[in-house]
Design a protein around this ligand. Structure first.
Ligand code: ASP
Length: 327
């Protein structure tokens, strides 16, 4: 009797198998993960950390492709136009999917309308960085130096509308200076330019710059948060440095082209959740100063809400602070 029952259950499962498999586990092709900035920057580093884990969970290769240029717009636009079949996803951030709406003229994509949200990966505070050649030991001295030499200095970012541009433009507006802006293809080249002394200062997410700050090859002038980061307890906040309104936190998230089938989206989101639940992944992200989202904030709907809220929030800050849409 038992054997017969098992046999019947087995037959029923076998009959339902192909249909269930089609409905629940669409076959995935290797995935191209577009990183819209240069290799070695925070978007790249964060993207690669989760790509590796997602690849193992999904059983397909997740290949990172750096499509840098035009403040991330080139890579994000390519993802927006890609076939919505799960073979292309992109790492967006607070710049590409929020601030750029206010800072980039004629943005060729709509952060919400053109994308399906996979999920938020992590938030990372912004850092104000100086070249070792800058003779300042703290934020007060740095502000005095920039004010006194504004017409001779330059600052580097990943381009107009990037998180690094937003943070540095906010800093400049707060201290009332106009300084020459040098856009790069990501903040990894900004760090190299700071180290070599090609530029005087810049901004970056902790996930990009923290290792250089901790190694002392770049000067960390302030972290743009109210409390110090456990990943860099010796780095003073902007509040401690006397510039409390200098507050900027970026985030990175995964998006697929709008129209990607829901069953594929569900698998991508589940694989991202598995990555974030992996202690090795979370430890690596936290070591880079990143905060992982709470479980409710990991859901795709929460990312849609975040993008909407951040477009409004940064739009308001950009207008009020008089942050320019042009370099
Ligand atoms: N996240 C950086 C920015 O928006 C760029 C990068 O990741 O390289 O400025």
């Amino acid at each position: 009797m038992m054997v017969l029952a098992r046999l019947m259950v087995g037959l029923a499962l076998a009959a339902a198998g192909p249909l269930t498999a089609l409905a629940q586990t669409p076959a995935l092709r290797p995935i191209t993960l577009i990183v819209p900035f240069a290799a070695g920057g925070p978007t790249d580093v964060i993207g690669r950390i989760v790509a590796d884990s997602m690849s193992r969970t999904l059983g397909v290769a997740v290949i990172v492709e750096n499509v840098a240029g035009n403040s991330g717009v080139t890579g994000v636009s390519r993802a927006a136009r890609a076939a919505p079949d799960g073979a292309t996803i992109v790492v967006g951030n607070m710049g590409t999917h929020a601030a750029a709406v206010s800072l980039q003229a004629n943005l060729p994509y709509d952060p919400n309308r053109d994308f399906a949200p996979v999920g938020l990966i992590a938030s990372t505070p912004m850092l104000l960085l100086a070249s070792p050649k800058v003779p300042a030991r703290d934020l007060g001295q740095f502000i005095a130096h920039v004010k006194a030499n504004a017409n001779r200095l330059n600052f580097g970012t990943a381009g107009v509308g990037a998180t690094s541009h937003l943070a540095c433009a906010m800093f400049n507006a707060l201290i009332g200076v106009e300084v020459t802006h040098i856009p790069y293809r990501g903040t990894a080249p900004v760090l190299s330019a700071l180290i070599s002394g090609e530029i005087d200062y810049g901004c970056d997410q902790t996930a990009g710059a923290l290792p250089q700050v901790l190694a002392g090859t770049v000067k960390g002038m302030a972290i743009a948060t109210r409390t110090r980061s456990p990943a860099a307890p010796n780095l003073p906040t902007s509040v401690e440095g006397g510039l409390p309104d200098f507050q900027a936190t970026a985030w990175n998230a995964l998006f697929a082209p709008r129209g990607t089938p829901p069953a594929v989206m569900a698998r991508l989101t589940a694989a991202l959740h598995t990555a974030l639940a992996d202690p090795t992944v979370s430890a690596r992200l936290m070591e880079l100063g990143a905060d992982l989202p709470l479980p409710a904030d990991r859901e795709p709907a929460a990312l849609t809400a975040l993008v909407r809220a951040e477009i409004d929030k940064w739009g308001g800050i950009i207008r009020e602070a008089g942050i320019a849409a042009t370099p």
